[in-house]
Design a protein around this ligand. Structure first.
Ligand code: ZN
Length: 410
């Protein structure tokens, strides 16, 4: 067991990391430290991660390294995960080769570390220690290292010389997706969808800092652009579906033109005829089964309520029903953090649909936010339109619903 002093050191390192790279604060909180007792200390020198966002902590390493060093490795490892280096691994996964794994580790480290200039310990791999230009991608460094293996690099010491801190240990399965002896598959992992939403959140924070004229390393800027493009498309796609659904529900009137115009504001006593028509009512059905995290839900719900607000559907017309195996009490959302996320068991959204449609009159539009791992009603509701916001690319939605996938939308 690690002593309380050591965990305090861990916490201090995480605080320091969040302070050094504030846009990574949320991602750093998504890391789960796991005490690793089996492997030799040297193997855990870099606090290796796995694709489930565990970070493996050896007590000897935690005791030996300074808070600053540990915080560097936390930022380093969360970067491997955010940039999906395991998914991008170009080597053979069928017949893993140690040399390929080592080269990819060098290439990804070079991609990461040139963005960590003021933070990094002097001895870690960078593009310049590999004799390569800055600002490249891991794939470019991999290609360069494969076609022209450096004969004489400090990361390949002469036999007999003690290993430098950078050569000992590796960055774990979070770097190449290939299992390590210390990986704990039995522990709950961050799901790929939750990881994706964490990446989206991080990219948005980077954009915010850039908009505020704050300094963000070039590699992170490019990464945020890449990550946010599909998200922008996803939002646009969902926004279009919701607008269309609302317009249909409101009797094929484009309700966006029914908001008070400047002319109406100038004539406060005049109620424009179109204003008499009620806006459609919307129920957001949220799947709170175990496979979806609260952060994930909050982000998805923020997207949906943002869209609804933008098109004029206020709180009064919006009902939220959370659902796992059963439906919970309908809530009116006044602000996102106030929403109580019940549930956590298996999912049956049919219960949620039944609860939503029990309302009199039934809502004009149901937006279901779910990973799609649920049974669906066999038939569509009679008068209510349904939009499914699918958080998991492998999830299923019924053919009768309009479906927007978080991934793959463009
Ligand atoms: Zn690394």
């Amino acid at each position: 067991m690690a002593s309380p002093e050591l965990w305090e050191k861990w916490s201090a390192a995480r605080v320091r990391a969040a302070h050094q790279a504030p846009y990574l604060a949320n991602a750093l909180l998504s890391l789960t430290p796991v005490l690793a007792t089996g492997p030799s200390s040297g193997e855990l020198r870099r606090f290796p991660a796995d694709p489930g966002w565990h970070v493996y902590v050896g007590t000897e390493e935690l005791a030996r390294q300074s808070v600053q060093e540990v915080s560097f490795w936390l930022i380093h490892q969360v970067t491997h995960l955010l940039r999906e280096h395991a998914r991008r691994y170009p080597g053979s996964t069928v017949h893993p080769q140690a040399e390929e794994q080592r080269t990819w580790n060098l290439a990804t480290d070079a991609e990461i570390n040139d963005d960590l200039t003021p933070l990094r310990p002097s001895e870690v791999t960078t593009p310049s220690t590999l004799g390569l230009p800055d600002d490249g991608t891991a794939e470019q460094y991999w290609h360069a290292l494969r076609t022209n293996p450096p004969p004489d690099r400090h990361h390949r010491p002469e036999p007999g010389t003690p290993p430098s801190p950078d050569t000992a240990g590796d960055c774990g399965s979070g770097c190449d997706g290939l299992p390590r002896a210390w990986d704990r598959d039995d522990l709950p992992a961050l799901s790929p969808t939750a990881a994706r939403l964490t990446a989206l959140d991080t990219a948005r924070r980077i954009r915010e800092r850039l908009n505020a004229q704050d300094d963000v390393p070039a590699g992170w800027r490019r990464w945020a652009d890449q990550v946010l493009e599909p998200a922008v498309s996803w939002r646009r796609h969902l926004s279009a579906k919701v607008r269309h659904g609302l317009a249909e529900a409101a009797g094929r009137v484009d309700y966006t033109y029914r908001r008070p115009s400047r002319r109406a504001a100038a004539l406060p006593d005049v109620v424009l005829p179109s204003m008499r028509r009620p806006l459609p009512s919307v129920t957001v059905l949220i799947d709170t089964s175990g496979s979806i995290t609260e952060t994930m839900l909050a982000q998805a719900l923020a997207e949906v309520t943002g869209i609804l607000r933008a098109v004029g559907v206020g709180r009064r017309l919006l009902t939220v029903i959370t659902c796992d195996a059963r439906a919970y009490r309908p809530q009116t959302v006044t602000r996102i953090p106030a929403l109580h996320l019940d549930g956590g068991g298996g999912t049956d959204l049919r219960a949620g649909f039944a609860a939503a449609l029990a309302k009199r009159p039934p809502p004009d539009l149901i937006i279901a936010i779910t990973d799609g791992r649920t049974p669906w009603p066999a038939h569509p509701p009679r008068t209510t339109r349904v939009i499914v916001a699918l958080l998991d690319a492998n999830g299923q939605a019924p053919g009768w619903a309009e479906t927007v996938r978080l991934e793959g939308a463009s």
